[in-house]
Design a protein around this ligand. Structure first.
Ligand SMILES: Nc1ncnc2c1ncn2[C@@H]1O[C@H](COP(=O)(O)OP(=O)(O)OP(=O)(O)O)[C@@H](O)[C@H]1O
Ligand SMILES: [Mg+2]
Ligand SMILES: [Zn+2]
Length: 510
């Protein structure tokens, strides 16, 4: 079998280590100055270079090159031995499988023997957080008085599990997730060396998917290159399961054309052939996110094949941003909805029904809404509404009419500075605006949205926006509402009044 890419391309010198400049800088300085410590702790996510750098350190301190700045030179016999995995004085211990007191005692006995090939014995203890309490204590004794020829490198992905007593004895280095562009550059280098052929877009997708882990990125490249064909974005998407499926396009198309039957049929067909309803909902959300990015002028950030991008571009023109946001919210709820347990397709079917149930549509499309369990108000919302009801209707004399605010709401949201784009998007998702006394009540579709908007600095910004534009001081309250327009939140959401409102009725008096 051929060697895995991530083994083959393990950096042999400091300059090949990517994205960990701060660590490399400190270590190479101490090598040059011949001031190497005796205990290091390397912390950071998987596959970001901890073991790699530990090996480089072991190689550098044992390198026979006379010029410390050249170490490791990869040419002396010690460097060669490390590179060929036959260097006796570098000892790698996997704490996950040797986590007991006896293992550490054993290590402590051996550590006193002087190195056999090099100048230093370097112990690399991987996954050190897996050591038992007793083993940590035993290790601590060694760290307190290491023999002069010993260097410890403890590596961990979970630094919070390392006892403070151990931390305080070590020189600590934090490894970071490698940025996407640096991963891409590294993959390009490998592609060239291996005489592979790959599209840049595919490499970017791989890099994004690996969340900063270089090993993961290299393994994915390995996996894709094993197909023996050119690594295109389409191939990468298929293998990584991020392709925009025809199903998603069909569902969006059915929404656009107001064809619930076609939409449901598409969903059923996908589920029958084994698709997972929640991941289908996630894919739809991802796609809608792409539409939003396009609408905001960020088409570059959209990962899709040219054909899909073209289709997205059209869809982006057909919906407005608040519609896209609304659909995203609804399908996102379906993606995280656990209630579908007994009937897994229910959440996504309901989501489709809810999306299609918009005020501009015909009654028969709106009908399924009555049965939507999503209409049930959360407990949190109910208590907020009850609190509201305690203030009696009499002080509902408002100092500004809600319709004034409602009418200019879109304009207000759009006029916020760029730095408040987030708030602006949230304001666009407000479903209900009311003024009760001196309080501006904003209704949002979910707890999540309420918690996103209900933050002191944002509430201040909203107050300021109202003050600046209407010259009135209002306090702001955010509530969960499923109602459209001005359906008062204190109406039982599953009762007859609600049903009437959902069929287009209007409350004229309370
Ligand atoms: N910073 C990096 N620069 C270049 N290549 C890297 C880097 N980090 C990881 N790699 C690649 O990934 C492989 C695995 O890296 P390494 O074993 O050093 O990760 P690690 O941080 O020790 O991961 P783990 O926590 O899983 O032990 C290396 O052989 C190398 O090919
Ligand atoms: Mg490692
Ligand atoms: Zn050397």
């Amino acid at each position: 079998m051929t060697q895995a890419l991530y083994r083959k391309y393990r950096p042999k010198g400091w300059d090949a280590v990517v994205g960990q400049d701060h660590v490399v800088q400190t270590l190479t300085n101490s090598i040059k100055a011949d001031r190497v410590g005796h205990a290091y702790l390397f912390a950071g996510p998987r596959g970001t270079g901890k073991t790699t750098v530990a090996r480089l350190l072991a190689k550098a301190v044992n390198c026979l090159n006379e010029d410390p700045a050249q170490r490791p030179d990869n040419t002396c016999r010690n460097c060669e031995a490390v590179n060929e995995n036959r260097f006796m004085d570098m000892i790698e211990i996997d704490a996950a499988s040797n986590n007991g007191v006896d293992d550490i005692r054993d290590l402590r006995e051996k550590i006193n023997f002087s190195p056999s090939q090099g100048k230093y014995k370097v112990y690399v203890v991987d996954e050190v957080h897996m050591l038992s309490g007793g083993a940590f204590n035993a290790l601590l004794k060694t760290l307190e008085e290491p023999p002069p020829h010993a260097i410890f490198v403890l590596a961990t992905t979970e630094i919070h599990k390392i006892p403070a007593t151990v931390l305080s004895r070590c020189q600590r280095h934090e490894f970071r997730r490698v940025p996407v562009d640096e991963i891409v550059a590294n993959l390009k280098h490998i592609v060239a060396e291996e005489k592979l052929s790959a599209d840049d877009e595919a490499l970017i997708l791989i890099a994004r998917q690996s969340a900063g882990g270089m090993r993961d990125a290299q393994s994915l490249l390995d996996q894709l290159s094993s197909t023996g064909t050119k690594i295109t974005l389409a191939l990468a998407q298929t293998v990584l399961g991020t392709a925009t499926s025809k199903t998603v396009l069909d569902i969006i198309g059915s929404i656009l054309d107001h064809q619930p039957a076609r939409g449901l049929e598409t969903i059923h067909r996908a589920l029958d052939s084994g698709a997972d309803p929640r991941s289908l909902a996630r894919q739809i959300v991802e796609y809608l996110r792409g539409l939003m990015l396009i609408q905001m002028g960020n088409i570059d950030q959209v990962e899709a094949t040219r054909e899909v991008k073209q289709q997205m571009d059209e869809h982006a023109k057909s919906f407005n941003t608040s519609e896209v946001l609304r659909m995203m919210k609804i399908f996102n709820n379906a993606a995280v909805d656990l209630r579908g347990g007994w009937q897994p397709s229910l959440s996504i079917e309901l989501a489709l029904a809810e999306v299609l149930d918009s005020p501009t549509e015909s009654p028969q499309v709106a009908a399924p809404r009555q049965t939507l369990p999503k209409l049930a108000l959360t407990q949190q919302a109910v208590s907020k509404i009850e609190a509201k009801n305690e203030a009696s209707a009499s002080d509902d004399k408002s100092i500004i009419s809600a319709s004034d605010i409602t009418n200019s709401w879109k304009h207000l949201a759009a006029s916020l500075p760029k730095s408040q784009a987030n708030l602006s998007a949230l304001l666009n998702s407000v479903k209900m605006i009311d003024v009760q006394g001196k309080t501006l009540v904003l209704g949002l579709a979910s707890d999540v949205l309420v918690s996103k908007i209900d933050k002191p600095d944002q509430i201040e910004a909203i107050k300021k926006m109202i003050k600046d534009n209407f010259n009135v001081e209002l306090s702001v309250r955010c509530i969960v509402t499923n109602a459209k327009g001005k359906v008062p939140a204190n109406v039982a959401q599953d009762g007859m009044v609600a049903a009437a409102i959902h069929h287009g009725g209007e409350i004229v008096d309370m």
